[in-house]
Write a protein that binds this ligand. Structure first.
Ligand code: GRF
Length: 225
């Protein structure tokens, strides 16, 4: 990996274990330009927050219910939609307060609307995401489970699923791919075994995709100077 990129501040968004965050933390010798300025979780119990703290990275917890955007059990779609917009606008403020160069969604299980994406775009801060499926396949949650089921029903094209890093737009998992990796399903293999195999590939791909997006953002900045 090239070592001559300018210092690059990244905010990492997580919701869970944070093994992909850990891959980014552990990549410090390979990506000395990358500084994770904050890890933000929408789940209080996300292990990724512990991983961040162990690496002395500042953290923030931003949650719809505990943040009183709406009450637990709220059913009114209009109330929920308005609350999510406010939540996303506030998330943008929390992120931008650190003046990051890039935002990396590493297992962030929350849809990002234009109320988050627009303020980031105004500051030319790209938002990228890791997703365990190939482009235009299995958008959204439970992508690995759905590919596994289709494989066993003989409905998975070329018996192949995959993983990708892509730019984030408001259509879930539909932004421009940065890098993809195909993964062949096989028999016998349990769902947990496939998940383990895909996660270990993700830990490589997140570095590759983040590096490519960082290179691209500095190239764009140098052209606009
Ligand atoms: C990964 O499979 C990612 O692709 C998906 O959520 C998982 C997060 O894993 N969106 P971790 O929290 O990084 O361990």
């Amino acid at each position: 990996m090239p070592r001559d990129l300018p210092p690059t501040k990244a905010t990492v968004l997580i919701s869970g274990d944070g093994s992909n965050l850990q891959a980014l933390i552990d990549a410090a010798p390979l990506m000395p330009h990358l500084k994770i300025v904050r890890v933000i979780s929408n789940k209080a119990g996300a292990n990724g927050l512990n991983r961040a703290k162990a690496a002395s990275i500042p953290t923030a917890y931003h949650n719809l219910v505990s943040g009183k955007y709406y009450a637990a059990g709220e059913k009114d779609p209009a109330v929920k939609a308005a609350a999510r917009e406010k939540y996303d606008a506030d998330l943008a403020k929390i992120v931008l307060a650190d003046s990051p160069d890039i935002v990396v969604c590493a297992g962030w299980m929350h849809i990002l609307t234009s109320k988050f994406l627009d303020p980031l775009a105004e500051k030319n801060v790209p938002v990228i995401n890791l997703h365990p499926a190939l482009p235009k396949q299995y958008d959204g949650a439970n992508a690995i489970e759905r590919a596994y089921d289709d494989y066993h029903k003989g409905k998975l094209e070329n018996d192949t699923t995959g993983i990708m890093m892509h730019y984030v737009i408001s259509e879930v998992d539909r932004g421009e791919p940065i890098v993809i990796r195909k993964i062949q399903c096989k028999t016998p293999e349990t769902l947990d075994e496939l998940k383990t195999r895909m996660h270990s590939q993700e830990h490589e791909l997140i570095l590759e995709g983040t590096q490519l997006a960082i290179s691209d953002l500095w190239e764009k900045r140098s052209k606009s100077e």
